[in-house]
Design a protein around this ligand. Structure first.
Ligand code: SF4
Length: 364
C-alpha cells in the first residue's frame, strides 16, 4: 500500500576499524562513546583536572583539551597522567604541539589540517611519531576551516568538499602506512552534516566521530545534535559523539548520554516520566520533577520514575513506570508498578518515593 516496511532501529552498525583511545575502544564492535571538551585554560592544570573530574562523574568517556600555546603543551603531561579518562590533545596551527602531545602521553591527538600550517609536509613525521607511540589521530575537518583547495573545487563548504578534504588527509597518512585514524566532517547545518557523514561512511572504514559544529546554546544545540546524531546513529553510522553546546561541557555529556539512551545504544540509568502539567495540575510539576530527578540521580539500579500532576491521569498513564506519584489535594499518591501503596503529604513525596525505591529489589 505504499507504506514503507517497518525495520528495527537502530540499523546494523556500519563496519569500521577499531582504534584504542587509551583503554576506550572506538569503532568496530565497541559501544558508541560520549566525549566532551574542557573549557578551562589547559595550562591551568588544577582547573582542567577539576573540570575533567566533573565530566567523568557525568559519564564522559574521553576528554579533549585545547592546545593553542606552549604553556598548554607543557601542561599536557600532568593532565594526561592524572586524568581518569583518556585525554585527546586538540591541535591547531602548530605541528610541534602534535609531537609534544604524543610525548606527554596523550591517548589521542586531533588535528585540523585546514588550520595547521604546512601540515601536509609534516604528515610523515607525525605518522612516525604517532605510530611508534600507538596514538590514534583524528582528522577533524570543519566547514569553517576547510582546505581552500576543496572549497574552490566544490564551490563552497559542501558535504562533498568536507569528505574530499578528510579523505585527502587520510590518504597522506596512508602513504606512510598509518591507519590509526578517526575522522569527523562537522558542519553547523545538520542536513549538510548528515549528508557528509553518509558519504564518508560509504567511502572509508575509519571510525567516525560525530559532531554538529557551533550547534548553539543549550536548547538549539541539543535539538540540532539530537536530530543529526539520531538520524545517523539510527542508520548505524557513528562510533563516538561530541555534542557541542554554548553551555557548560557537563551539559554536553548529559545530552550525548541521553541521545544514546534514547536510541537504545546505552542502558538508561534513570528515566523521569513526568507529565507536562496542565490546568488540572494540583502541584508544581516542574519543581517536583526536578526534585525527584535530583534525588534519584546516581541511584544504583536503572529506574523509570513517574511524576504526574493530578490523579486523573496518574497511575494509569504512568503504569509503565517502576514507581511514581500523582498529586492532589496537597497529597501525593505513591504507586509502585501501577498499584497505589501509600498516600503522603506533598512535602514528603520525594522522601517517600526514595523509601519505596530503596525498600525493594528491582528486576528488569
Ligand atoms: Fe494534566 Fe494531570 Fe495529565 Fe499532568 S497528569 S498533564 S496534570 S491531566
Amino acid at each position: 500500500l505504499g507504506i514503507p516496511s517497518v525495520t528495527a532501529l537502530p540499523a546494523a552498525r556500519r563496519t569500521s576499524r577499531k582504534v584504542m583511545i587509551g583503554p576506550v575502544a572506538v569503532g568496530g564492535d565497541a559501544p558508541v562513546s560520549v566525549q566532551s571538551m574542557t573549557t578551562t585554560l589547559t595550562a591551568d592544570v588544577d582547573a582542567t583536572l577539576q573540570q575533567i573530574a566533573e565530566l567523568t562523574a557525568a559519564g564522559c568517556q574521553i576528554v579533549r583539551v585545547a592546545v593553542p600555546s606552549q604553556d598548554d603543551a607543557d601542561a599536557l603531561g600532568m593532565i594526561a597522567k592524572r586524568s581518569s579518562i583518556p585525554v585527546i590533545a586538540d591541535i591547531h596551527f602548530q605541528p610541534k604541539y602534535v609531537f609534544a602531545a604524543i610525548d606527554a602521553g596523550c591517548a589521542g591527538v586531533r588535528v585540523n589540517p585546514g588550520n595547521i600550517r604546512k601540515f601536509d609536509d609534516r604528515v610523515g613525521e607525525i605518522a612516525a611519531a604517532a605510530g611508534a607511540a600507538g596514538v590514534p589521530i583524528r582528522i577533524g575537518v570543519n566547514a569553517g576551516s576547510l582546505d581552500k583547495r576543496q572549497i574552490a573545487r566544490f564551490g563552497g563548504a559542501t558535504a562533498e568538499a568536507l569528505v574530499a578534504s578528510a579523505l585527502w588527509e587520510c590518504s597522506l597518512f596512508e602513504e606512510h602506512g598509518f591507519r590509526d585514524l578517526k575522522v569527523s566532517v562537522k558542519h553547523h547545518d545538520p542536513l549538510v552534516m548528515i549528508e557528509a557523514y553518509r558519504l564518508l561512511a560509504r567511502r572509508c572504514a575509519y571510525p567516525l566521530h560525530l559532531g554538529v559544529t557551533e550547534a548553539g546554546p543549550l536548547t538549539q544545540g541539543t535539538v540540532k545534535s539530537s536530530v543529526a546524531f539520531g538520524i545517523l546513529l539510527a542508520e548505524g553510522i557513528g562510533d563516538t559523539i561530541r555534542v557541542s553546546l554554548s553551555a557548560p561541557p557537563v551539559e554536553e555529556v548529559k545530552v550525548g548520554t541521553q541521545i544514546l539512551e534514547s536510541l537504545g545504544l546505552r542502558t538508561r540509568r534513570l528515566e523521569i516520566v513526568s507529565c507536562p502539567s496542565c490546568g488540572r495540575a494540583q502541584v508544581d510539576v516542574y519543581k517536583l520533577a526536578e526534585q525527584v530527578e535530583a534525588a534519584f540521580s546516581g541511584f544504583p539500579v536503572p529506574l523509570r520514575v513517574a511524576v504526574m500532576g493530578c490523579v486523573v491521569n496518574g497511575p494509569g498513564e504512568a503504569s509503565a513506570a517502576d514507581l511514581g506519584v500523582s498529586s492532589g489535594n496537597g497529597k501525593g499518591q505513591i504507586f509502585v508498578r501501577g498499584e497505589v501503596v501509600r498516600t503522603v503529604p506533598e512535602s514528603q513525596i520525594v522522601e517517600a518515593l526514595l523509601e519505596e525505591a530503596l525498600s525493594r529489589e528491582w528486576t528488569e
